[in-house]
Write a new protein. Structure first.
Length: 128
């Protein structure tokens, strides 16, 4: 931050350090991210505490908590053994049409499997 300047979203993130990806993080970008770890964490919302799968990436310190839609997308292409997701490349994007709590939802597509098979040949891949 500089004097006489209104703080930006980047300033906010630098100060408070959001751990999870959000639709606001991405804007119109569609970064490609390589899965290096899959964990299960208990995450709290206003209503409850739920166990979620969480993806960790080579290109980012931010992680992605999976909702049911994104979990199904991974299982459809990579199978239901999370250990086999490691090494796969996903492309993450914000869906501004579907919001939760006023925030754009996050969607993912598998671009390359953990075995190196190209799934989405027309992907415009730029790593985060």
């Amino acid at each position: 931050m500089t004097d006489n300047k209104t703080p930006t979203a980047a300033d906010l993130d630098a100060i408070y350090g959001a751990r999870f990806f959000t639709g606001y993080d991405l804007g119109d970008r569609r970064p490609a991210l390589t899965i290096v770890k899959v964990s299960v964490e208990e995450l709290r919302s206003k209503e409850s505490t739920d166990k979620k799968f969480v993806l960790h990436f080579e290109e980012s310190t931010k992680v992605l908590a999976l909702n049911k839609t994104n979990t199904r997308a991974l299982v459809k292409v990579l199978g239901n053994v999370p250990a086999k997701w490691i090494g796969a490349v996903i492309q993450l994007h914000a869906d501004h049409e579907i919001t939760f709590g006023g925030k754009p939802s996050l969607r993912l597509e598998v671009v390359v499997t953990s075995e190196g098979e190209l799934i989405k040949a027309d992907a415009d891949i730029s790593f985060a």
